[in-house]
Design a binder for this molecule. Structure first.
Ligand code: BG6
Ligand code: MG
Length: 228
C-alpha cells in the first residue's frame, strides 16, 4: 500500500467479506469525460467552473450536478429546461463513452479485481451513473461483479448511503463486512454514513474521511483488505 490515512474507528472491526466499487474515477477514467461534458454545457450557457468545483460533482447524480453548476453560474432554469440541459450533457458524455475500450480501464484494476475475486471476496458495483451498463460492456469489466447497483436503481444520490447499502444487501453481507472504493468526497461520506470502511482513490488532502487513501488500485493487493 502506498500511503495510509489513519482515522480512529470506534466500532469493533469485522473481517471484510465484500468489496463495493464506485465506477467513474475508480475503475475507469470517465471522471474526465463527465468534467469535459459539464464544462462544455456551462460554457454554452455562458460561464465556466474550476477543477476544484468539479470535485464537488464527483459521485453526485446527473440532476444534482446540474443544479450545482447552475447555482455556480447564478443561472435559473425551469424544470423543463433543466431536463433538456441534462439530456444535452448526457448526449455529449455518451458520445465519448461509446468509444471507450478496455485500454481505458485504470491501471491495476483488472489485476486487483481478479486477485480479490480469486481470494473469495464478493464484488458489487455501487455507482451513481445511469450509464454504467455501457461503460462496463465497452471496458469488459461486467463479469467481475456479483451484483450491480447503479443510478437506475437508487432514489438518493451519494452522500446518501443507499447505493452501497443496497449493494451490501444484495450480496448478503452486513455493512461493516464491506469496504467501499471511492474517488469522490460524496462517495466516501456515503460509505461512512453506511457504516462501511472506505478506501479513497485519489489524494489524502481531498478524501479526508477515508480510512486509507491510495492513488489507484494498482497500489493495492488482497493483503491490504486483511489489514483494514
Ligand atoms: C457518478 C459520477 O459516478 O455518476 C458523477 O461521479 C455523475 O460525476 C454521476 O454525475 C451520474 O452519472 P450519469 O452517467 O448517470 O450521468
Ligand atoms: Mg467516482
Amino acid at each position: 500500500m502506498q500511503e495510509e490515512l489513519q482515522t480512529p474507528n470506534p466500532e469493533p472491526k469485522t473481517q471484510i467479506k465484500a468489496c463495493l466499487f464506485d465506477l467513474d474515477g475508480v475503475l475507469v477514467d470517465t471522471a474526465v469525460y463527465h468534467y469535459q461534458a459539464w464544462k462544455r454545457l456551462a460554457n454554452t450557457i455562458g460561464f465556466d467552473f474550476t477543477e476544484a468545483q468539479n470535485e464537488q460533482l464527483k459521485g453526485v447524480s446527473r440532476v444534482e450536478s446540474l443544479n450545482k453548476i447552475l447555482a455556480w453560474g447564478g443561472v435559473e432554469k425551469t424544470d423543463a429546461e433543466k431536463e433538456e440541459l441534462a439530456t444535452l450533457k448526457n448526449s455529449w458524455y455518451v458520445e465519448m463513452i461509446t468509444k471507450m475500450t478496455p485500454a481505458e480501464v485504470l491501471p491495476g484494476t483488472v489485476d486487483f479485481l481478479t486477485e480479490i475475486h480469486q481470494a473469495g471476496y464478493k464484488l458489487a458495483l455501487g455507482s451513481a451513473s445511469k450509464n454504467s451498463g455501457i461503460i462496463l460492456e465497452k471496458t469488459n469489466l461486467a463479469h467481475f461483479f456479483d451484483e450491480i447497483v447503479d443510478g437506475n436503481m437508487v432514489t438518493k444520490s451519494k452522500p446518501d448511503p443507499e447505493v452501497f447499502l443496497k449493494g451490501a444487501e444484495l450480496l448478503g453481507f452486513k455493512p461493516n463486512e464491506c469496504v467501499v472504493f471511492e474517488d469522490a468526497v460524496a462517495g466516501v461520506e456515503a460509505a461512512k454514513r453506511g457504516d462501511m470502511r472506505a478506501i479513497g482513490i485519489g489524494e489524502k488532502s481531498i478524501l479526508t474521511d477515508a480510512d486509507v487513501v491510495v492513488s489507484g488500485l494498482d497500489k493495492l493487493t488482497v493483503k491490504d483488505l486483511e489489514n483494514l
